[in-house]
Design a protein around this ligand. Structure first.
Ligand code: PMP
Length: 440
């Protein structure tokens, strides 16, 4: 394969060297470190394209890790933000736009009887777990291997593993910390299981339910392989949580507003007790929502459980969410995103096969995963070790060199402003790159 041309990134390189003197690791989020050949500096994004300081333009399937469902800088969102900002930024008090957004979310999201707004997905996950503990009086929660629920202490274990062996037995997996600095109580409070295994879940909940306040899951396992739930898995999980009085939390930070206006819960027909939304809700403005059943959310109303935040539901972010949702309510938007995503998945399958590569594409269209593997299906985190990650890294570097920006771990996002021409251009680049990288 041709050597990547690093002089393409000379201006980014210089800025990255400067950044390392003032930003730890040169970045402001762990995930931004993993870029080729080093973190790049961007000057502007417009529509489905983004440009770096070296003047390289990319067709963007990163979409800032998911939020940009309307692409970069959609006019209606910018105008709403400009107008709302002119009215004031934040009031430490209530305002009509926030009420309108809450009413809209309640009308769209099946589990949303009451809401609270925050800034990030991580914060709302934190609040959801606190609510579940308060409501049940139980100390622990269960999470699934490889799901990502943000970076806070309570969920910073069970996210990653060096290899499959490190995970231990399926019945009693090792809880692997993702970071140093976690309090010991995290390990005592967290149970972890492989996902998509209803029999194992049934057994574990039957044995351990008295300790468990909550089960938290991504309804589609977007963060590892974009794995859909097996038929009956979420339904079974819902029934078990009902049986044992456990709070079921859906982490819809990726799926929310991406798979449809009501999230994965509306699309898949399983309603959790609490759900967390962020990312695509406001097309890149910092706002998140905790939505849930009245019986649980009332603990916030009563002040028995505390959730707060100086910056919550500021005017510009709320306006951005209202404008984003209004744009997503246009009838042709989701069908187009699905059609383009499915077309791209199919095209990538064909281009890979033509070049002799075995790949697996999984996902729904608006977001999907491409992995190099001979497996026909990957249904849980342990199976994701079958993906040839160095090969995918080589593929994504090759795509970047041809002006297509991808997330290095295999997840792709489609926006409402991608067009058939963009899919054609991406497939043309992929055809070249598949031909360029060695089969083995
Ligand atoms: N949950 C999921 C499913 C996510 O993908 C993320 C972010 N990637 C989070 C929670 C955390 O959200 P945030 O980065 O906004 O804190």
């Amino acid at each position: 394969m041709s050597e990547p041309n690093s002089s393409r990134y000379a201006a980014s390189k210089e800025l990255f060297e400067r950044a390392q003197h003032v930003l730890a690791g040169g970045v402001s989020s762990e995930f931004r470190k993993f870029a080729h050949p080093h973190p790049l500096f961007f000057t502007r994004g417009a529509g489905a394209r983004i440009e770096d300081v070296d003047g390289n333009e990319y067709l963007d399937f990163t979409l800032s890790q998911g939020p940009l469902i309307l692409g970069h800088s959609p006019a209606s969102v910018l105008e709403a933000v400009r107008e709302a900002s002119a009215d004031g930024q934040i009031f430490a008090g209530q305002h009509l736009r926030e009420l309108e957004l809450a009413e809209k979310l309640v009308s769209l999201i099946p589990c949303a009887e009451l809401l609270r707004m925050s800034l990030s997905g991580s914060e709302c996950v934190h609040a959801a777990l606190r609510l579940a503990r308060a409501a049940t009086g139980r100390p622990k929660f269960l999470r699934f291997e490889g799901h990502y629920h943000g970076w806070y202490d309570n969920v910073a274990s069970g996210v990653a593993a060096a290899d499959e062996a490190a995970l231990g037995s399926r019945e009693n997996p090792n809880l692997i910390p993702w970071t140093e600095g976690l309090p010991a109580r995290v390990a005592e409070e967290t149970l972890v299981l492989p996902w998509n295994d209803l029999a194992l879940l049934e057994q574990t909940l039957s044995d351990r339910h008295e300790e468990l306040a909550a089960v938290i899951t991504e309804p589609v396992m977007c963060n590892s392989g974009c794995i859909p739930p097996k038929p009956g898995f979420l339904e079974g999980l819902r029934a078990l949580c009902d049986q044992y009085g456990i709070v079921l939390i859906f982490d819809e930070v990726i799926t929310g507003f991406r798979v449809g206006l009501g999230g994965a819960q509306a699309r898949l027909g399983v309603t959790p007790d609490l759900a967390v939304f962020g990312k695509a809700m406001a097309n890149g403005y910092p706002i998140s929502a905790l939505a849930g059943k009245r019986s649980l959310m009332d603990l916030l109303a009563q002040g028995r459980v505390i959730h707060a935040g100086t910056m919550n539901s500021g005017n510009p972010c709320v306006a951005a969410a209202l404008a984003t949702i209004a744009a997503l309510e246009e009838p042709d938007v989701y069908p187009r995103i699905y059609r383009l995503g499915e077309r791209l998945m199919q095209g990538l399958r064909q281009a890979a096969a033509a070049a002799g590569h075995e790949v697996l594409l999984q996902g729904l269209g608006p977001m999907f995963h491409l992995g190099f593997t001979s497996r026909e299906q990957v249904s849980e985190f342990r199976e994701t070790f079958a993906f040839d990650k160095p090969k995918y890294a080589a593929f994504s570097v090759g795509m970047q060199e041809r002006g297509v920006r991808l997330i290095g771990r295999g997840l792709w996002y489609i926006s409402a402003v991608h067009r058939d021409e963009d899919i054609d251009a991406c497939l043309a680049a992929a055809t070249e790159v598949f031909t360029d990288i060695p089969e083995q």
